[in-house]
Ligand binder design. Structure first.
Ligand SMILES: [Zn+2]
Length: 133
């Protein structure tokens, strides 16, 4: 059973269609949702295993922002000639070393608000100043 990390009650398994009625690409994906908290998390593809912790609207926004800044740096590595896998791997190693987030949790689904803030604080200046890579 998946527990909501806001209210500590059990979450329910639902299909993406209920959450994203305007995005058919997500209709067949599974999610764990806590309705009262309006919090949810996607499942690993083809399974019912949650990819991370349930996230409310604010955390979902922060995860999106943090991941966007991080992947902008990865994109820059790729434009500089790196392979996607290599760029992502070295990027995550750098992120883990610099923020203290364990390497196996360097994926936005796993992040707490505090970790999102760390990632944003780390990556945003490089995005703005173009001094990374
Ligand atoms: Zn809840």
């Amino acid at each position: 059973m998946v527990i909501c990390n806001y209210c500590s009650k059990g979450a329910h398994l639902i299909m993406g269609k209920a959450l994203y009625p305007h995005n058919p690409k997500l209709w067949q994906r599974k999610y764990w949702q806590c309705l009262p908290c309006k919090a949810w998390i996607e499942c690993r593809s083809g399974s019912e295993e949650p990819l991370g912790r349930l996230a409310d609207a604010f955390l979902r926004g922060m995860k999106h922002e943090a991941w966007t800044y991080f992947t902008r740096l990865i994109d820059r590595k790729i434009k500089g000639g790196a392979e996607f896998e290599a760029a992502m791997f070295s990027g995550k190693q750098w992120l883990a070393k610099t923020t203290g987030i364990p390497l196996d949790r360097c994926i936005s689904h796993q992040w707490t608000l505090e970790e999102c803030r760390k990632v944003i604080a780390l990556c945003r200046p490089y995005c703005e100043e173009r001094k990374w890579g």
